[in-house]
Ligand binder design. Structure first.
Ligand code: SF4
Length: 238
């Protein structure tokens, strides 16, 4: 696949039809096969998103599409380890790291909406610092791949490998949907991949530092995200 190839200009109906067909045909395909289909089908109008918890999806995508765009949302609230992982990934993996930021810095947001919005209104904070920046970034693409897996939580248990995202008018691809944590761990070991150092420091799921805590042995891996709140998702994966 060549990222330099001209991306076909498809209307919304064509994209939806492609997503529906591929959702059936690729239901049991491997992650590499799904990514190869995405890269061949959408060319430069395909990207991968990464939270920089690990580099599995970026590595897989770059193996079938060297130079693929990897969108990283820099919320302004990331752990230093996450920012370091993003920087290192862009050096050691053949990807084009696309760092996307909110319209306002944290200081500007504090000045206009008050400090620590994440405590008072995490929904709005995620909307401003994650969801809206991702929407803006995705305007350049017809399809994006996310690293969500069915085994991560109940809310992700039905994740299809390819689906139509009506709200965004784009094709959503989840190549790792059927993977389990042991598959991820094996891929990392087999390929000597870079991971976020926090994974080995009690953080099995890593988000912004104000909304992420360590989890205890035996706890749900996502229990450290927005702990003590009913919130379980930031909104970028819907
Ligand atoms: S995870 Fe927390 S700090 Fe990050 S954008 Fe959402 S509410 Fe704000």
């Amino acid at each position: 696949m060549s990222l330099a190839m001209e991306a076909p200009d498809r209307c919304r109906d064509e994209l939806e039809a492609l997503a529906t067909k591929a959702g059936h045909e690729l239901a049991d395909a491997s992650a590499a096969e799904i990514l190869a289909w995405a890269a061949d089908t959408f060319g430069a109008r395909f990207c991968v998103t990464s939270s920089m918890q690990d580099t599995v999806l970026s590595h897989l995508a770059s193996s079938v599409a060297p130079g693929v765009d990897v969108v990283f949302l820099d919320t302004g609230y990331h752990f230093a380890e996450t920012l370091g992982t993003a920087d290192a990934a862009s050096v050691v993996i053949p990807i084009n790291l696309v760092t996307v930021r909110p319209r306002q810095t944290v200081a500007e947001q504090d000045a206009t909406l008050g400090p620590e919005l994440y405590r008072r209104n995490p929904e709005l904070c995620c909307q401003l610092r994650k969801v809206a920046p991702l929407e803006r970034a995705l305007t350049s693409y017809d399809a994006w791949a996310t690293g969500v897996r069915r085994d991560e939580s109940q809310t992700r248990a039905d994740t299809p490998v390819v689906s139509w995202n009506e709200r965004r008018g784009k094709v959503r691809i989840a190549p790792l949907a059927s993977w389990r944590q042991e598959d991820v761990d094996r891929y990392i070991t087999d390929n000597g991949l870079l991971t976020n150092p926090l994974l080995d420091d009690g953080y099995p799921s890593i988000g912004c530092w104000p909304c992420t805590r360590r989890v205890a042995e035996g706890e749900d891996p996502r229990a450290g995200r927005w702990a003590g709140r009913t919130k379980t998702e930031c909104g970028i994966n819907t």
